[in-house]
Design a protein around this ligand. Sequence first.
Ligand SMILES: NC(=O)c1ccc[n+]([C@@H]2O[C@H](COP(=O)([O-])OP(=O)(O)OC[C@H]3O[C@@H](n4cnc5c(N)ncnc54)[C@H](O)[C@@H]3O)[C@@H](O)[C@H]2O)c1
Length: 421
Amino acid sequence: MPATLASSRKRSSAPARRAGGRTAAAPRATLRIAVVGGAGHVGLPLSLVLATHGFPVTIIDHDRRKIEALKQKRLPFLEEGAQPLLDALAAPALAFSSSHQDVATADVIILTVGTPLDDHLNPDLTQVYGAIEQIRPSLRDGQVLVLRSTLFPGTSEKIQERLRALGLKVGVSFCPERIAQGKAIKELGELPQLISASDARTLAIVRRVFSAFNREVIELGMVEAELAKLFTNAWRYIKFAVANQFYMTATEKGLDFYRIRDAMMRRYERVADFPAAGFAAGPCLLKDTMQLAAYNRQHFAVGHAAMLLNETLPDFLVEQVKRRRALSGARVGILGMAFKADNDDHRESLAYKLRKLLEYEGATVLCSDPYIADPSFVPAAQALRCDVVFIGCPHTAYRQLSFEGRDVVDCWGLTRQGRAA
Ligand SMILES: NC(=O)c1ccc[n+]([C@@H]2O[C@H](COP(=O)([O-])OP(=O)(O)OC[C@H]3O[C@@H](n4cnc5c(N)ncnc54)[C@H](O)[C@@H]3O)[C@@H](O)[C@H]2O)c1
């Protein structure tokens, strides 16, 4: 057993602090952790929580801008509850680096880089394999590589085989992230953690890491854990598609979807998980549904149907407006460009597709978002004065606006009073 792991039985001297919604127990280990991709939406909150629970953590990210911001105690994006943790941590509890060589001193390396789709909706593992290639010269026997990015099923085993073929005795683990973006600090402590590993020793080490901040750790095989993550996201994406289908059906017939939905849901628990309509977007849900489709040789009718419904909601909304007024020459406002409420992330946001469609129709489009710094955006009040106003993202702040007398397109139900959430 490597010295670092042998000495890991000692209790950490770091004080127990609060994170993840409960009091942190003193760590049972002094495993040193490096998080590659650690300045991202998954890597950063996980790093903060692990460091808060006494593991010395080094965040390694090739985005030097984010690393510099973090060194100056500035978060690169909105993350509830993260700022106090960042403020409270200093080296060696939390260190920052742009050098992949720094994995050399870690006992556990956690990989949290992106796993997007390519232009043909196939999984693109370039970032994962690229990062592994960069850390490879610094890896050594006895280390543990935890894959936290969402992976195409079978990838963890393939990575294990590659490392073994290189003669490296590095344990491989897949432990998917399931937080809602922006809520990670709270949810990391609350959501059961799924863990899996290539061998018993690696499993014991990841169990130690994840049970330091969460009471409930569930073991699976690596492919099972990869599928559990994809099933979770595809399930949510399909549910949103059903709500959007019902919204389009009711609206097409001139009926009020939310009036029907409110009546359905009142004191009727069996439909308690019926979501509101809205843009089902962002960097994960469509992407992971398509990863599952690729895994199933594209035999995934319900997943593809969900994509067609969710991705065409902006087109549907534009067509509805065109039935009652010309868009050519009109001034159209979009309130909210982020992909989800009260967040600054605009990755894969359908509000941008909406803008493109409106511009194609010849409208002048004024976009607004309180969380996104874009010099072309206008204040909400200015967007609100346009001929037609779309709610592109239901930020809570918009509930304070008066939509009286405005021509508003609101598939989310944000502007309705007292509808079921
Ligand atoms: N965003 C979420 O809420 C969420 C939730 C669950 C799972 N996931 C999954 O987690 C993974 C990461 O998603 P994210 O939203 O955090 O992405 P992100 O783009 O916010 O973060 C990825 C980070 O990795 C860094 N990076 C990329 N390649 C690197 C390399 N070779 N070396 C060092 N740093 C590198 C990037 O600079 C970036 O900071 C994806 O697989 C995603 O599907 C995301």
